[in-house]
Write a protein that binds this ligand. Structure first.
Ligand code: EAX
Length: 350
């Protein structure tokens, strides 16, 4: 073996080892076990099939929640309702999945609320920066009157909204440099969700935002079409954004719920007993999925750091600088969203 070949072999082994470390660091962290199904078998007529599509990947908390949903629905319908899961936007991105529900070619999906603001303007409440100070406040709002009003509001246009889960608190990642202050965002090309408030947030902070669907995001980051993006830790990890983003800042700037939607065409064919079963399962899925996502955040941050990503946690003063800079966004949207709704959330935070 010549020296050159030897070097090549050594570096191949090195690369393989490095690859292995990266893989291990990226391995899905331990998730809380899927709970046992509670409740009796629900008796009703007919056999049904649900195709359930989501944008996030199979290694995320959302998919885990869907597996619980599938288990509940199949067991409690005694197999008369079969659920098939399609992660990773295989059947279309968030907006395409919603229109498939409307036309009746897909039965269920669970997008972030943000891309749906053009259909349901009140959802913009969830896009206001720093409005939900803790997960408990988010739970109170989602599981209380406001959450119910929003589900009712979204139960039109061929859709039936049956529950909430969560994507979570959003964090900024980028490929250029560490971000600790709004000034660091100057000129940074940040992908946002297809949502006017998110555009406003990133413009107001001084970045250069580009809206695009989540399904296109990894490639856009990889090819440098955008420098950065923002998503919750669990979504950053399950989409492997750390492979194309070296820096992350824990900004917690927006809390994003997932809304569980059913096609109205499908829903109207279901016996009332099965409609109730789906509502119960959506509720249980939402509780479990929030628990999964929240319990994994610290572990995920550690795993991302181990994989080589630089994670920046902000001091309260640094957070305040972002909050102050982004404050005008409230003035721009308050009337449209309804000042009363915003005040109700603030009151829940006291
Ligand atoms: O399904 O588009 C996004 O960044 C969202 O987090 C996405 O809805 C996840």
């Amino acid at each position: 073996m010549t020296t050159t070949t030897m070097t090549r072999v050594t570096s191949m082994i090195g690369a393989a080892l490095l690859g292995l470390t990266a893989l291990q660091a990226n391995a899905a962290p331990e998730m809380p076990p899927i709970p046992d199904v509670q409740g009796d078998v629900v008796q009703a007529d007919g056999d049904f099939k649900i195709k359930f599509s989501i944008g996030t990947t199979q290694s995320g908390a959302q998919y885990r929640g869907l597996e619980y949903f599938e288990k509940i629905v199949e067991q409690r319908s005694d197999g008369h309702i079969q659920v098939e899961l399609f992660p990773g936007a295989q059947l279309g991105d968030d907006l395409q999945a919603v229109s498939a529900l409307q036309s009746g070619t897909l039965e269920m999906t669970a997008p972030s609320t943000s891309p749906l603001v053009s259909m349901f303007p009140k959802f913009a409440l969830f896009d206001l920066p720093f409005l939900f100070p803790t997960p408990d406040v988010a739970d109170q709002v989602l599981d209380g009157d406001i959450g119910q009003q929003m589900l009712d509001e979204a139960s039109t246009n061929g859709l039936v909204a049956i529950g909430w889960a969560e994507n979570g608190y959003r964090q900024l990642t980028n490929s250029r440099q560490e971000v600790t202050a709004p000034e660091d965002l100057e000129g940074l090309k940040v992908r946002t969700m297809q949502n006017p408030i998110h555009l406003d947030i990133w413009r107001t902070l001084g970045a250069n935002p580009t809206p695009m669907s989540f399904a296109e995001l990894f490639t856009a980051l990889e090819q440098g079409v955008v420098d950065g993006q923002e998503n919750p830790w669990i979504t950053i990890q399950s989409s492997r954004f750390n492979e194309v983003q070296d820096y992350a800042t824990e900004t917690n700037h927006v809390y994003t719920p997932f809304i569980t939607l059913v096609s109205e065409r499908f829903w109207s064919r279901l016996p009332a007993e099965y409609q109730q079963l789906l509502r119960d399962a959506a509720q249980q899925m939402g509780e479990y999925e929030r628990h999964v996502g929240r319990s994994m955040n610290d572990q995920i941050k550690q795993d991302l750091a181990d994989s080589g990503m630089q994670i920046t946690e902000l001091t309260p003063e640094q957070v305040k600088a972002f909050q102050d800079k982004v404050a005008p966004v409230y003035d721009n949207w308050r009337d449209q969203i309804g000042g009363e709704l915003i005040d109700q959330v603030r009151a829940a935070s006291q």
